[in-house]
Design a protein around this ligand. Structure first.
Ligand code: FES
Length: 106
C-alpha cells in the first residue's frame, strides 16, 4: 500500500530537470519525461551517489559519481550498479504532484 503525499507544484518540475525532495524522511527526486512526471529514489544503489546531481538521458537518470544509468520506468540499473532504485507512483491533482510512498508499519 502507498500513502500519497504532496510533493510539488506541477510548474516546479521541468522537462529533463531534476528536483530533489525529502518526503517523510525519504530522499526522492522528481523529473519530467515526455511531459510525464516521474518520482524515484535519490540515492544511487552503487555507492550512495546523489542521483539528483546527475542528469536525464534516454528516459534514465545517470549517476554523477560513476555513471550508472537507472531506467525511470523500472528502476533497473546499468553497471556498476546492480540493484534497482525505487520508482514511486505519481498522481496529479490540479496543479499538484502527489507521490505514493510505502506505508510504514508503526
Ligand atoms: S555511486 Fe552511483 S554509480 Fe557509483
Amino acid at each position: 500500500m502507498s500513502v500519497f503525499v504532496f510533493a510539488a507544484k506541477t510548474e516546479d518540475v521541468k522537462e529533463g530537470e531534476i528536483l530533489p525532495l525529502i518526503l517523510q524522511e525519504t530522499r526522492i527526486a522528481l523529473t519530467r519525461i515526455n511531459g510525464e512526471v516521474r518520482a524515484f529514489g535519490d540515492i544511487c544503489t552503487h555507492d550512495d551517489g546523489p542521483l539528483s546531481e546527475g542528469y536525464i538521458e534516454d528516459r534514465c537518470v545517470v549517476c554523477p559519481r560513476h555513471g550508472a544509468k537507472f531506467d525511470l520506468e523500472t528502476g533497473k540499473p546499468t553497471f556498476p550498479a546492480v540493484t534497482p532504485i525505487p520508482i514511486y507512483p505519481v498522481t496529479i491533482k490540479g496543479n499538484e504532484i502527489w507521490v505514493g510512498l510505502p506505508e510504514t508499519v508503526s
